[in-house]
Structure formats: C-alpha cells, structure tokens
Design a binder for this molecule. Structure first.
Ligand SMILES: [Fe+2]
Ligand SMILES: [Fe+2]
Length: 233
C-alpha cells in the first residue's frame, strides 16, 4: 500500500486536536506512557505470533518486529519519566499490557492485516506528533518520534508485502484489510459504547437525585420524621 496520499479524517482530526491537547499540563508524559503500553502490547502479540507460526521465515520477521516494539516501549517510557521528573513528579513506571491473543483468535492472515493497519495508523499519528514537537521547540521529543518512525515505516511496508504473499494477490490483501478495518471499527464502537454507558448511568442517576430532591424536602416538611423508637399500637 502507498505510504502517502490524501490525509484521512482520522489524521485530520489528530492534526486539529493535538496542538491543544499536548499543551495540557502532564499530558505529554501520560500519553508517551500510554504509547509505551501500546508498544509493549504489540511486542507480546508478535512474540506469540513467532511462537505459533508454521513458517521459520515469518517467525524471524515477527521476532525482529517484536524487538523493535520492545525498544520503542523502553524509549517512550524513558522520555515519559524524564518529563515527569522535570515537573517534580514520580515516574509512571514500566508499561503494562494484557495480551489479546490476536494470532490465536484471528488466524495468521487476519493477524497480519491487523498488524499492517495498526502500523499505518501509528505511522500517520507519529508523523503529526514529530512535526508538532518541532513547532513546540522540543527537539528531544521530536527526535524520539522521528527515530521510531523509521521503524514504523519498515513495519508498515513489510507487513503489506507479507499480507500480499499470504493472500496471493493485492486485491485479496485489500479485501482482508477492509475486513480488519470493519473489525477495528466494531471493536472501537463497543469500547466507546461501554465508556459512554457508564457515564450515561452516572448522569442519569445524578439527574434523578437532583429532580427528586425538592420532593423529598417537601415530604420532610409535611411529615416530620418521628424521633425515638416507634412502639406498636
Ligand atoms: Fe512501534
Ligand atoms: Fe511498529
């Protein structure tokens, strides 16, 4: 797949929101730590893929990729810690991630499509952040993103070539990628639904309590509660 082209809606949104969001106090350190967690999670999935694939060539590719993601996790963690400490705060510690067992659940072809899609999204996002930190005058964070981007472009490129070779041709690879996009959108929708559901519940309960408060007050005024133990007649 070509590495350039018209920016997607997602990229345009990231470009629009990032200059505001990354200026929030403490946001950069937290976000870099989140990235470290995501890189660590990718490393776990790739190690599992290397263990489970039937091909020694693909095992080598996955292991090399896992090493890169492990290094990225360490780089993001270190930068996050530096930013936290320069603000007089404690490090957020080592990144944690729960393996999602993607290779087992999806099978190798869909797993590779998932990897390619994630790498493309990561590369697009990091390009925005590298340029942003350049404009902020933060040369170190910019260099961090630029260095990692070189690896992400390679991951994006090899995973596309691998997907084409596993599916047999480009048309089938694109169809597999479209399936991965639908699966990703559905997972994101459910995640948002869960988050919104919890917030909606809290909001509904607060509204209910607030609307019932005057009624409860009226009942108390009209029927003052009896004090002391009640006795049966
Ligand atoms: Fe990475
Ligand atoms: Fe990557």
């Amino acid at each position: 797949m070509p590495l350039s082209g018209a920016p997607s809606l997602r990229v345009r949104l990231v470009r629009w929101v990032s200059p505001l969001v990354w200026r929030l106090p403490g946001h950069a350190a937290r976000k870099l730590h989140d990235f470290a967690g995501a890189e660590h999670g990718s490393m776990l999935e790739l190690r599992a893929a290397a263990r489970l694939t039937s091909s020694p060539e693909r095992q080598a590719l996955y292991l090399r990729h896992a090493l890169d993601e492990s290094r990225h996790a360490a780089l993001f963690t270190r930068r996050s810690t530096t930013l936290r400490q320069s603000a007089g705060r404690a490090s957020l510690g080592l990144p944690r991630a729960q393996p999602e067992e993607l290779f087992e659940r999806l099978g190798e072809v869909d797993f590779v499509a998932h990897v390619h899609r994630a790498e493309r999204h990561g590369r697009e996002q990091f390009e925005v952040y590298a340029a942003l930190f350049g404009r902020f005058g933060d040369a170190q964070t910019r260099a961090l993103f630029e260095g990692i981007l070189a690896d992400e472009r390679r991951h994006e490129s090899y995973s596309w070539a691998l997907l084409v070779s596993l599916t047999g041709d480009e048309a089938l690879a694109k169809r597999t990628l479209a399936r991965a996009a639908w699966r990703g959108a559905w997972a994101e929708w459910r995640r948002l639904g869960r988050a919104m559901g919890q917030r909606l519940y809290v909001l509904l309960m607060l509204t209910l309590y607030a609307s019932l408060a005057p009624l409860a007050l009226l009942v108390r005024v009209l029927q003052p509660a009896a004090r002391g133990w009640k006795t049966e007649p």
